[in-house]
Design a protein around this ligand. Structure first.
Ligand code: FAD
Length: 475
């Protein structure tokens, strides 16, 4: 029997957020669309199967342990929670499965062909697929959305007690002691989950601070919280060697310290999945770090071949990948589209959470702007006070351009601040000013009032709490 082939107008390689967003948009634009993804579980990619969703499910549920304990400050006492790890994992799997089924149904409803197999380009118009019934896809346009995978430490492959984030999400056991290598958001989020479930967590990070990419002021309340939650946080500390055996791991730090842990989660970054895709023969070049360079329409240097999501670098966040996927599909469909977002928000789901958009730097800014900065401490927020459990330790920070008052950045740290960053992102997208934010009525009592207060502060209006009050308090 000959090999089975299909012809399609749009081939999407990779079924993560970038890929499925591209496929849905292309199909909705009336283009015949085929997705090839090597996920046996279906669409969803790292985000849905091994990233955003399972990690947030675990953070949400284990967060209740902290909240239940903290309720005792208000006279409500619970006995210590009992954790059924299997049931927790089943529940997380159910959350993921429901969302995967939803994506599969959406793909089917849009008439998208989904082939589960591994794709390799043979030419700029042909993909070979391994593992699926169809082995050749001839296409007019391709969107590469193959994502990224965790980086391992030199000479220390993942396996056994040396975990990557995927293994950490499997929740097979709660080690008594867990080493987390890397104080980026994945390390701190997963460290938080395990510490809440009872592991003694030690974090090591080569940089001198946690979350090196985040405004330092926003990280300060989290640092204090993590100092209590974790056993130890060692900054400016690199791993010289890490070795796994049947009893756990032995780590040697660059200061010569040698220590044992039951397991180690290595969360030192991700690298693009560009190997074995057949990119070289079709002329798609990679940059020095292995990412696929693209222009704002998501075109690679090869006619008809686009790339979106983690495989192209950028912030490597799911919502960025989705927007890029939609842009690529729109461009293929002949629509005037480009990835020209003024702000890509980001959220760290620790407790407190950190969320931000734009540039929060006060000087030496990449845009060269001169800025006004206002801060609203959440201890002055009625809503934060009603939440208890340290919710009032947070901060709202607003950065606007001197003169125009345009919003150039905003950052939040506190409980549930994930939803606050959307208003600031919209403000940046619309070119809104401090005055627009100040004149927007924010519902009371909500944490969102903090943004309005910070905007009033920038305008020099008398506010409930201004930055000058804070200076007064500190004196
Ligand atoms: P992926 O999601 O990586 O999908 C790529 C897909 O392509 C995969 O299914 C892969 O198997 C498939 N593939 C690769 N090569 C081939 C091939 N040759 N043939 C066929 N298929 C192939 N981002 C957020 O925005 N918010 C969060 O809260 C968040 N939390 C995270 C938590 C963790 C633990 C991790 C690891 C990541 C998290 N991220 C988060 C990042 C987010 O998961 C990624 O930015 C996002 O998944 C990127 O989407 P993508 O479409 O580019 O690629």
């Amino acid at each position: 029997m000959g090999e089975m082939s299909v012809s399609t107008e749009v081939l999407v390689l990779g079924g993560g957020p970038g890929g499925y967003a591209a496929a849905f948009r292309a199909a909705q634009r009336g283009l015949d669309t085929t997705v090839v993804t090597d996920e046996a579980d279906g669409l969803g990619g790292v985000c849905l199967l091994r990233g955003c969703i399972p990690s947030k499910a675990l953070l949400e549920m284990t967060g209740r342990i902290s909240l239940v304990r903290a309720a005792s400050e208000a006279g409500i006492h619970f006995s210590e929670p009992e954790v059924d790890l299997g049931a927790l994992q089943d529940w997380t799997d159910d959350v993921v499965d429901a969302l995967v089924s939803g994506l599969d149904a959406l793909a089917e409803g849009r008439g998208i062909r989904v082939l589960e197999g591994r794709g390799t380009f043979e030419s700029p118009s042909r993909l070979r697929v391994e593992g699926a019934e169809v082995s050749v896809v001839d296409f007019e346009h391709a969107v590469i959305a193959t994502g990224s995978r965790p980086v391992d430490l030199p000479d220390t492959p993942f396996g056994g007690p040396v975990w990557d984030s995927e293994r950490a999400l499997e929740m097979e056991e709660i080690p008594d002691t867990l080493l987390v290598v890397g104080a980026g958001y994945v390390g701190l989020e997963m460290g938080t989950v395990y510490a809440r479930l009872g592991s003694a967590v030690t974090v090591v990070e080569t940089m001198e601070r946690i979350l090196p990419m985040v405004d330092v002021e926003l990280t300060a309340p989290l640092r204090s919280h993590l100092d209590e939650l974790f056993d130890d946080i060692r900054l400016g500390s690199g791993v010289e060697s890490l070795e796994g055996d049947e009893d756990g791991v032995e780590v040697v730090l660059d200061d010569g310290t040698r220590e044992r842990f039951d397991a180690a989660l290595v969360a030192v970054g991700r690298r693009p999945r560009t190997e074995s895709l057949g990119l070289e023969p079709i002329g798609v070049e990679l940059d020095g770090k292995g990412y696929i360079p693209v222009d704002e329409t998501r075109r690679t240097g090869v006619d008809g071949v686009f790339a979106v999501g983690d495989v192209t670098g950028g912030k490597r966040l799911a919502h960025e990948a989705m927007r890029e996927g939609k842009v690529a599909a729109d461009v293929i469909a002949g629509e005037p589209a480009a990835f020209d977002a003024r702000a890509v928000p980001a959220v760290v789901y620790t407790d407190p959470q950190i969320a931000w958009c734009g540039d929060l730097a006060e000087e030496d800014r990449s845009d060269g702007a001169e800025v006004d900065v206002a801060r609203f401490p959440l201890r002055a927020s009625g809503r934060a006070r009603t939440m208890g459990a340290g919710a009032a330790d947070g901060l709202v920070k607003l950065v606007t351009e001197v003169g125009s008052g345009r919003v150039l950045g905003a950052g939040f740290t506190g409980r549930h601040v994930e939803s606050l960053v959307t208003e600031a992102t919209l403000a940046m997208e619309m070119g809104a000013t401090a005055e627009d934010l100040a004149l927007t009525i924010h519902p009371h009592p909500t944490l969102s009032e903090g943004l309005g207060e910070a905007a009033e502060d920038i305008l020099g209006l008398p506010t409930h709490f201004s930055s000058s009050d804070e200076a007064e308090e500190d004196r």
